[in-house]
Design a protein around this ligand. Structure first.
Ligand SMILES: [Zn+2]
Length: 388
């Protein structure tokens, strides 16, 4: 069983444990309204947020100066918190039970345009919130009685059919005042990985993916900022690109890391210490991150993200080996508490090779070898089961 970022559970050979923990909750249990609130978006849109205990199945029926959000299999809750912001198009939010369904009538100061799909989101629970149905809309006209509807399942089916573009965030490690490791020949990790990241971006774009870089220039970013870009972009996969160094100059080869609380071996722990130390360069202290980034992952989500990351990483390692890229002795995929991977986005940190090894330093500088690395990563991304 797998747990995608969109919260759909899917059976796979791996996750029997998760199946045991969550017995068909989305189908059997009754949803409950938790809270309702309104707000103004920076682009002048009005936002309505309806928070529920479970993933909502909803439809929207438009009326004159109002619309009704019908939540199926949901109980009314008179003590649900209601917060109304000023300056919105919303006059009132009222709930009424209609059989199994809960109707939430949103009365508006003017008639509103039918809310497009892009204006409707279902957000996963995070630290302070449960599921949230988010509706962003503007004033306009709509044919009375028009209906927008989606259930969790139907919505993701639509995504699968119509929206082939998956979002990949590529993180070129280090940057700016943090050079990363430096080869004997003076090659800086930050430069090599940026070059690989940019090549990877264009190749993945050619393959039909939407790709964002955490940095496109020689810029220092904190590890948590990098992870938060993955969240903000709602990435399906997060790849952090690095090159390694080892006290033993004979050590060479690639290795791939996924996030875990405990390192899989001593080498993995050292690697995590070295990569996590990037943050110590900036002593300005903790910046405040937006609420959505400070994610309190449930153990179920942690398990699911770890499993998806593991799947990707082992596939990526296979792809590297198939391309004839030398592997560091030991396990090809290792686990370590890497700060840059701490998010709800499945992903991996790829150590492309060792700059501390003279031969590999030379190799990593060549465009041909970078292309080889990029081709191997592209293949692994194409093979990855994005699991809508
Ligand atoms: Zn690094």
């Amino acid at each position: 069983m797998k747990f995608s970022r969109r919260g759909i559970l899917k059976v796979s050979a791996l996750g029997i444990m998760v199946a045991g923990l969550l017995p068909r909750v989305a189908f059997a249990a009754r949803n409950t309204l938790r809270s309702m609130r309104t707000g103004v978006q920076p682009n002048g849109k009005t936002r309505v947020v309806i928070e529920t205990s479970l993933r909502p199945s909803y439809s929207i029926v438009y009326g004159e100066n109002s619309f009704t959000v019908k939540l199926s299999n949901t109980a009314a809750n008179d003590s649900a918190e209601k917060k109304m912001a000023t300056g919105t198009l919303v006059k009132g939010l009222t709930q009424s039970q209609n059989g199994e369904s809960l109707n939430i009538v949103v009365s508006t100061t003017r008639s509103i345009a039918e809310i497009p799909k892009s204006g409707i989101m279902v957000l996963e629970p995070n630290g302070d919130n449960e599921y949230r149905l988010v509706l962003d809309f503007v004033a306009g006209t709509v044919s009375k009685g028009a209906v927008t509807s989606a259930t969790a399942k139907n919505a993701s089916d639509t995504v699968k059919k119509n929206e082939k573009k998956r979002i990949i965030v590529i993180d070129a490690g280090h940057g700016g005042k943090d050079p990363g490791c430096i080869g004997k020949g003076g090659t800086k990790e930050k430069d090599i990985v940026l070059s690989v990241a940019k090549k990877l971006q264009s190749q993945l774009q050619l393959a039909g993916f939407t790709v964002y870089l955490t940095r496109s220039g020689d810029k220092y970013l904190k590890l948590q900022e990098r992870a938060s870009i993955g969240e903000q972009r709602r990435a399906d996969l997060f790849l952090s690109i690095h090159a390694n160094a080892n006290p033993s100059r004979s050590m060479k080869g690639f290795s791939i890391y996924t996030l875990s609380e405990k390192a899989s071996d001593e080498e993995a722990q050292k690697l995590a210490d070295a990569e996590n130390a990037a943050d110590k360069i900036d002593v300005s202290g903790f910046e405040s991150f937006s609420k959505d980034i400070r994610i309190a992952l449930s153990s179920l989500q942690q398990h699911a993200v770890a499993e998806m990351s593991q799947e990707y990483a082992s596939d990526c390692a296979k792809s590297f080996k198939r391309a004839g890229i030398e592997q560091q002795p030991g396990a090809a995929v290792r686990h370590a508490p890497l700060a840059v991977l701490r998010s709800t986005v499945p992903g991996a940190l790829i150590e492309c090779g060792h700059l501390s090894n003279a031969a590999e330093e030379k190799l990593l500088k060549t465009s041909a070898h970078q292309d080889k690395l990029v081709a191997a990563i592209v293949r692994s991304v194409k093979n990855y089961d994005f699991d809508v």
